[in-house]
Ligand binder design. Structure first.
Ligand code: RIB
Ligand code: CA
Length: 310
């Protein structure tokens, strides 16, 4: 099987960082065409620099593009309280040396997808969907050209930034609405499944035992993140974003259901809410495969095995 071509759109962010490492550690299965960055966890100036630091840390020359610095309509909301002032606290990684790739992320997405055969490029999105929505508006043909979009965002049940909304969809609900109305094949990893893959001290020790620079960076990042990223009592941060890449590598680790998903863009209390019609109560056609179960042990076995390759 030829490697699947992907573009990874992200807002690093420690959990985005593990998704980037997982993808770059898997060249047989995944050809990373580009990493595109968006404002989210921290402002764009930091997310783009963090993406470059991470790509360089593993010796990759994959181009990193700078994307949208704010949501389509709302003011930017960030999450330094979770990810630290740099957005990558705990990494210990030096500032980036290589420059950004020329061209805006939205143009890079459009150009990379339209330059390749239809159905050959998958978008992996682990931050607010601003770049993806802008690309779909700029080039409507993208909806037919894309193989699909694999994204971390939303919730079947409780939100994590409000009782109703998950952070990525809360930051840019209008972008999420455009994406879910686009007709592109979507595989969605909501909080309900990402909260099944928790960073625990024992799992951190497994990664640390690899003893490599990449493993040390991940251990430092995730130790910071688990103490700040939790949305429960225990200091066990959910490893949200790598679920997307892990599914591309080992789909058997996850299960879910085809559902209709709609995004709240009007209610002040519920803005960013993903209405996942899990019980098919409406007669609306499914527009996403929504995951709700993960094999956490198998997921972390994969993460450790791939990090060992970096
Ligand atoms: O709600 C979790 C999501 O928001 C993750 O992608 C995390 O990195 C933040 O972007
Ligand atoms: Ca993210």
């Amino acid at each position: 099987m030829p490697a699947r071509a992907i573009i990874l759109d992200c807002d690093p962010g420690q959990d985005d960082a593990v998704a980037i490492f997982l993808a770059l550690a898997s060249p047989t299965e995944l050809e990373v065409l580009a990493v595109t960055t968006v404002a989210g966890n921290v402002p764009l100036a930091l997310t783009e620099a963090n993406a470059r630091r991470l790509v360089e840390a593993v010796g990759s020359t994959v181009p990193v593009h700078r994307g949208c610095g704010r949501p389509l309509l709302r003011e930017l909301a960030t999450a330094e309280h979770v990810h630290g002032a740099t957005g990558l606290d705990g990494s210990g990684l030096p500032p980036p040396q290589r420059p950004l790739a020329p061209g805006h992320a939205v143009d890079a997405i459009v150009d990379l997808v339209t330059a390749r055969p239809t159905g050959s490029v998958t978008l992996v999105a682990t931050g607010p969907l601003t770049n993806i929505a802008m690309a779909l508006v700029k080039e409507p043909a993208l909806a037919e050209r894309l193989e699909g979009i694999v994204l971390m965002g939303g919730a079947i049940g409780l939100g994590n930034v409000t009782p109703a909304a998950e952070f990525n969809f809360y930051v840019d609900p209008h972008a999420a609405d455009i994406v879910f109305r686009s007709g592109v094949r979507i595989t969605m990893f909501p909080l309900d499944v990402t909260h099944e893959v928790l960073v625990t001290p024992a799992r951190l020790q497994r990664i640390d035992a690899l003893g490599t620079p990449a493993a040390r960076a991940v251990t430092g990042m995730l130790d910071f993140y688990r103490r700040h990223g939790r949305t429960g009592g225990a200091e066990e941060g959910p490893l949200h974003d790598p679920c997307t890449v892990a599914w591309l590598l080992a789909p058997e680790l996850f299960s879910g259901r085809e559902c209709h998903v709609a995004i709240e863009t009007a209610s002040p209390l519920g803005i960013g809410r993903s209405y996942v019609d899990w019980w098919q109560t409406g007669n609306r056609p499914a527009n996403a495969l929504v995951m709700n179960e993960a094999d956490a042990a198998g997921f972390f076995d994969l993460v450790v095995e791939r990090l060992a390759r970096l």
